[in-house]
Each structure stands twice: as C-alpha cells, then as structure tokens.
Design a protein around this ligand. Structure first.
Ligand SMILES: [Fe+2]
Length: 376
C-alpha cells in the first residue's frame, strides 16, 4: 500500500486550474491554460501588460499547473515550414555522413544541438525563428534575462512507443542514488534552473502521441526520488492529460512536471523542436560554439539593420539567443568589473556592434579578446 509521500503527491495532482490564475488565457483545456499568439500580439507593445503576463506565467509554472500552451505562436507559419526543411536537410546530411545518432526508440530521428546547427545552416531563418518574442517572454517569465537556449529536434515515426513518466534535466537524468545524494532543498531548487519547451513542427493529433502531462505534479517536492516508483507511474498512466497541438504551437513546462511522450499511433511523423532553456545561473545540457553562431548570423543582423528591417525587440531577442549575456565565470584579474559593476558581456558587444555597424573583423577581434580575458 503506497505511503504518505504518495498521498501528498495525489493531493498535489488533484488541484484544478482556476480562470483567475490565467486571466489572459483563451481557455483552460485538460487543466492546462491555453493562450493564443494573435491575442497576445498587442501585449508585446505594452510594458505593463508584458510584466503582468510574465507574472502570470511565472506563477503558472511554479505554483500552478506547471505547464501552458501558446497556440499559433508564429505570426508567419512559413517560418515553421522553412525551419522544418532546414531540419530535414540536417537530418539527411547527418545520415549521409553516418553521424546521426537517432534516439532510444527505433528509427526515430534526432538532431542534437539543432540550435547551433540551424544558425549556421540558415542564419536568416534563425533570426526569424528564435527572434520569436513569445518564446523570449516564456523564457524570461521563468528564468529572467540572459537565459541560455539549447534545442534538439525529435521526429517520432508511426508505431513508436510511449516514454515512461519522468522529470527532466537536471536531476531527472540522474539515478535514484545520485538524486538522493542532493538535499531536498537542492532537488527543489534545480527546477528553477531550466525551462522545457517544444515547438510543434507537425500537426499533432492525440493519436500521434503529443507529450502526456500531469498538471501540478511539479509541486510535489519529493518527486525526483519517486518518479520511477510503480505507484507514481500507475497514477500518471491513469491521470495524465494530452493536448493536440498544431504546427507553430508552443508548449512550455516546468522540468519537474511528470511527463512522457506518447506513442505514435497515427500514420504520420510527429516532429518537435524541443527547447531546453537554462537560467544564466545554471549549466546548460549542451555546449554551444557561440563564436561560430555569431560568425554565421552577424552578417544577417547587419544586413537587416542597414535595411531598417531589424526592430529593436528582434535585435535584443536575437542577441540573447546568440550570445552569452552573463558576465561570469570570468577572470577578474584580466576582466575586471567596470565601475564596480559586472564586466561587459559577449551580448553587450554584439548589440553595440550591430547598432554601430561594426565591420565583422572588428567584432571578431573584440570577442576574441573578451574570450582571452575571461580565461583563467
Ligand atoms: Fe522529458
């Protein structure tokens, strides 16, 4: 008979979303707030509405259901179509080169670090896709500024099995023994270091197996130590919800939420670009060659800036995606604080360079010197 931890888990998961906690959602479906991209568009021009939305999403991800959806999050759906083609080209190239790794289920296709690879494959598309302000706001809502994006593409073939319920990075990837070696306060804290997201690249009816989710399960403090226990998995199987998604929809959830990809019983592939976004204070799961990314995308930013087709918000969002916006760790002997504040960052140099139309060799030299100054 399951004991008290299971009972308190069930109490967490019995909660229901109330409309007062998500006043800007279009509706609540399956206990998950669902927002509409077109409805949120006017919010983006109003700083007080932005801050209300940031608070709303922060509470939903923390004490609320731990998950929300934004439908039709891309103003131009062709950006999704083109990025899908870009991913398909990367998958084909990696298959040809014999470097594709697949994933743990059958012949599914996977692109690790699709984030960096897409920036180099298609810089203009990278700006349109990761310049998406709704993605940026969701990241800020949970992690604050200077978050670190990473992304992995997952293309799940018909007939693929479901995953077991789990929590995600950091501690969701560790054994029970390792998890238990961290105090519960650190286990709970770790959920604040990451935000999970997904961009739907195909329509995902329920039979194609969009992620099954257990709203409010992130609130259960001991969840990292119990998500593999049969009583908890059985409860998940009985109570998890699944929302159909359409191409261009976004899903965001707390990494401590119990979840699992569903089985694909449809006749079509299910493709998502999985976003894993880290706090500036945390360590991301994948390493990035940011200099290679900036080298690829800088000419595109300059081209748009000179053509006056680079609004300030798009520049800021693109710079956050591309460049490290946090000043630490550094070497304070060679990279001292300026006027008692934090040293300058890669991101601040990139912004200055675009605004002042620096030639690439000048920015390249500046960033190389910064990298040298930050070395121990
Ligand atoms: Fe997961």
């Amino acid at each position: 008979m399951p004991g008290p931890p299971f009972q308190s888990f069930v109490e967490c998961c019995r909660r229901r979303v109330t409309p007062e906690t998500c006043p800007n959602a279009r509706l609540v479906g399956s206990n998950i707030p669902i927002y509409s991209g077109p409805h949120l568009a006017p919010f983006l021009e109003d700083s007080s509405r932005i801050s209300r939305l940031l608070n709303e999403w922060n509470r939903l991800l923390g004490e609320g259901p731990g998950v929300f959806v934004i439908e039709h999050a891309f103003e131009r759906l062709d950006v999704i179509h083109q990025m899908t083609k870009c991913f398909e080209a990367i998958i084909a190239r990696e298959k040809m080169a014999g470097t594709s790794r697949g994933d743990h289920f059958g012949d599914n296709e996977r692109i690790w670090n699709s984030f960096q690879k897409s920036s180099i494959q298609s810089p203009h598309l990278f700006v349109d896709y990761y310049g998406n302000r709704l993605i940026a706001l969701a990241c800020r809502a949970w992690l604050g500024p200077h978050y670190q994006l990473t992304a992995q593409v997952n293309n799940v073939k018909p007939g693929s099995d479901a995953q077991s319920p789990h929590r995600d990075y950091h501690l969701g990837f560790q054994s029970n023994e390792v998890i238990g070696s961290f105090p519960e306060s650190a286990q709970t804290m770790s959920q604040h270091l990451t935000l999970q997201g997904a961009v739907a690249h195909s329509d995902m009816p329920v039979e194609s197996g969009p992620t099954r989710l257990l709203p409010f399960s992130q609130r259960f403090a001991a969840g990292y130590r119990h998500f593999r226990d049969p009583a908890f998995s059985d409860y998940f199987e009985a109570h998890a919800v699944q929302l159909p998604l359409s191409k261009g929809d976004l899903l965001f959830f707390n990494p401590a939420l119990f979840h699992a990809a569903g089985s694909n019983r449809s006749a079509n592939d299910r493709m998502a670009n999985l976003l894993q976004i880290s706090s500036a204070f945390g360590r991301a799961m994948e390493s990035l060659d940011r200099l290679a990314m900036i080298t690829a995308v800088y000419p595109e930013l300059i081209r748009r800036h000179q053509a006056e087709t680079l609004p300030e918000a798009l520049l800021e969002t693109s710079a956050t995606a591309l460049a490290d916006g946090y000043a630490f760790p550094t070497n304070l002997d060679s990279d001292p604080p300026i006027d008692g504040n934090a040293p300058r960052t890669q991101r601040s140099y990139l912004l200055q360079a675009v605004r002042e139309n620096w030639p690439w060799p000048h920015l390249q030299k500046t960033l190389s010197e910064l990298a040298r100054r930050r070395c121990a």
